[in-house]
Structure formats: structure tokens, C-alpha cells
Design a protein around this ligand. Sequence first.
Ligand SMILES: C[S@@+](CC[C@H](N)C(=O)[O-])C[C@H]1O[C@@H](n2cnc3c(N)ncnc32)[C@H](O)[C@@H]1O
Length: 289
Amino acid sequence: MITGLSPKKKRKLAFIFAEISKLKDEDIRDFFYCGFSNILKNCSIWLQKSNKPTRDINKKPSDPVPTFYKQIKVMMRGNDQFYELSKEKNHLEILSQVYCADARSVPAKDNSVSLIVTSPPYVTSYEYADLHQLTALWLEYTKDLNDFRKRFIGTSYYNKKDLILNSEIAEKIRNELLKRDSKIAEEVSTYFSEMNQVFVEMKRMLKEGGKTCIVIGNTSLRGVEILNAEVFAEQLQNLGLRIVDIIKREIPSKNLPSFRDEKTGKFARMSDKNKVSVYPTEYILIMEK
Ligand SMILES: C[S@@+](CC[C@H](N)C(=O)[O-])C[C@H]1O[C@@H](n2cnc3c(N)ncnc32)[C@H](O)[C@@H]1O
């Protein structure tokens, strides 16, 4: 584990963790664990700008106790705002249950969910398991990082056979990648196949008329455009969901609707090269069962 901390700082983190563990109310305990998880990177020598576990031996890790206080204050403010908004909208009575689960197998009943909102993983952009490494080790999600990595969609550590892509656009992307780099082709195919499993699970859970909102951007690997948004829309349609709206969002400000070109499979406004290169773009797919 990357920490490189002085024994004194490590003891302070361990002290905070032990105090949180003593809290009786599970919701409050989880709230503080989230705050604890959030400060771990600042309080270690993990290179601040990096999503990969890289040591920065010149870094001065933050002092755990004041950093934790500050983090908890920010979270309490956010919680207050959320509470006030929920009250204003008369949503306080709506029950919610939190599950920590793999998106391919969620413990919700068939036809029981009205709305899904998600920001799913990307393929090979970085290893989510590495990103969550400090939290995973402190909170004991795992003792074996190699095994932990395999649980994440988009990892380059795990390629499966017998993939179901359920999308012609995905097949085309795989074929283009195969000409350039067979390993990346396998990783991207595994990713599309695993996301298709997520969509099968979404369809199972959603009520008739229930909606799923998915925020996703397109990427490029080995010079091949990885049209995540187009592939997802096609997979979901092939599973029987309908497109309600596709919002193209050019970060930071503009909201533009976008349509698919039937020949290329691309969303039409994607071809506007200048805008795409100036602003990172993402799509919000809104689909209905
Ligand atoms: C693009 S990020 C979205 C992060 C999110 N918006 C947040 O603020 O935490 C994708 C997330 O999907 C998670 N993920 C990867 N595989 C998953 C799986 N099989 N089931 C559920 N989530 C997964 C990753 O760990 C990562 O946190």
C-alpha cells in the first residue's frame, strides 16, 4: 500500500478509523467512513494529480485530524443542502435503501425500479481498483489486489471468452482494433460485453415505463474511436429499451440534443471536429423500458 507516512501520521489515521468503528448508528458510521476514505489520498504520498498509485517522495501529506474535520464539515454542509431540497420537494418520506453491489447483479426485484442514474466505468482509462486501493485496504474490502481488480468493469487484468457484444458498432470497433492491437481489442470487447450484462440487469429491474439515464463520453484508443455512447444506445435498443432523449453536453456549459447517423452509427454532431477537440464532450442517454 502507498502511504510512506511517518508512524505518527499512520497512528492518527488508525485512531480516526478506530473511533469511527465504535459508532453505534450504522448510517452515521458510514457517513464518517466516507469522509475517512476521502482524505486518504491527501494524507498519503500518492502523487496528487495521478489516478495511478505513484509515489511522490517530495509530497507533504496533510495532517489527518484537521483534514478529516474539514472533510466532514464539507459533507455536513452538502447533507444539509440535500435535506433542505428534499424537504422543499416533499421527498423526505421516500424510503431509500443503499446496496453496495456489482452493477451486473443488483439485489433489487424484477420490475421494481422507476429510475436509474449512472456514470459507468470507462475502458482501460485507468484501473478503478488502483484508484480505490487506499480505501479498499483500510476498509478491508480485499486483501488481494489482483483479485480485487477483476471485480471492476473496464479493467485490463481480466479478459473473458464467449463475449456477447450485442451491437454492430461494437463489432466494427473490435475489428478495427484487431488490425492494430489485439490485446486492446480484447479489452474493449470484454468491456462492451460486461456493459451489456449491466444493461440486461437494468432491464430486469426497471418497471414498464421506468427510465435509465447514463452519462458517458467517447474515447479513442490506437487511433480508433471508441463510440461508447453509440454502442450503449444500440445495446439498450437491442434489449428492447426505447430512446427518450440523448443530450450531448459539451463541458462546461452547452446542452445540445444529438442524433445518430444511420450509416456510420455515430451521433451526428460528433462529426463537428472543432468543438469536440476544444471541449470534452459527454452524452446523457435517457432510455425507457
Ligand atoms: C466513471 S466512474 C463514476 C464515479 C462516480 N460518479 C462517483 O462519483 O463515484 C465509474 C465507477 O464505476 C465503478 N465500477 C466499476 N466496475 C463496477 C461494477 N462492476 N459495478 C459497479 N460499479 C463499478 C468504478 O469503481 C468507478 O467508481
